[in-house]
Design a binder for this molecule. Structure first.
Ligand code: GAR
Length: 208
């Protein structure tokens, strides 16, 4: 069984989707065994405690430099024998040394169809506001491996979601979560833990 550590910062609905999938036996070959939060008040921590999962808190501003923070984060991940890292609404930038310590072993969920509405500054509700400002009719979610380029790693799974004429960023966020994120993320984690994902020439191949 692979040890999956989930990194969170906020409400933790994606973490909840993973925990629910785990209790239904849908995360094959792995188990969510640790949750690390960038904020002590993240509701995601409560969700982890409710599920009896170990929690840790690591705050960027407690470290003088990004390098020191990255080093401490890697130590924490190693302490928990992490095999796979899942960024589930984790809002702190992780640096090169973390990516190098876990090559193609960090998965992120992004609330848009990469390469649209992604990169620096595109996170949370800002992504959905940008989608509405652009007037596109379809958005969605992407699960991808994390590399040194922000939102630029190999894409694992994507799902399209319709934008409605009366959407607000909040209603659109909810639909993207319900129809895409909460389904894709547990599926991607299970595929990874079963060894069904391979990366060739910078692209991810899924063997289902
Ligand atoms: C999710 O919509 C996730 O895709 C997004 O933050 C939200 C976290 O919600 N992540 C990003 O924007 C990363 N670029 P949650 O805490 O309820 O899972």
């Amino acid at each position: 069984m692979l040890n999956v550590t989930v990194l969170v910062s906020g409400g933790g609905t994606n973490l909840q989707a993973l925990l629910d999938a785990q209790s239904r036996g849908e995360i094959k070959g792995g188990r969510i065994h640790c949750v690390i939060s960038s904020r002590p008040d993240a509701y995601a921590l409560q969700r982890a405690r409710n599920a009896g999962i170990d929690t840790e808190i690591i705050i960027r501003k407690d470290y003088a430099t990004a390098e020191e923070y990255d080093k401490a984060l890697v130590q924490l991940l190693k302490k928990h024998n992490t095999d796979l890292i899942v960024l589930a609404g984790f809002m702190t930038i992780i640096g090169k040394s973390v990516v190098e310590a876990y090559p193609n072993r960090i998965i992120n969920v992004h609330p848009a169809l990469i390469p649209s509405f992604c990169g620096k500054g595109y996170y949370g509700l800002r992504v959905h506001q940008a989608v509405l400002d652009a007037g596109v009719k379809v958005t969605g979610a992407t699960v991808h491996f994390v590399n040194e380029v922000c939102d630029g790693g190999p894409i694992l799974l994507q799902k399209a979601v319709e934008v409605q004429p009366d959407d607000t960023p909040e209603t659109l966020q909810r639909r993207v979560m319900e129809q895409a994120e909460w389904r894709l993320l547990p599926r991607a984690v299970s595929l990874f833990c079963q060894g069904k994902i391979q990366v060739q020439n910078g692209k991810a191949m899924i063997k289902e």
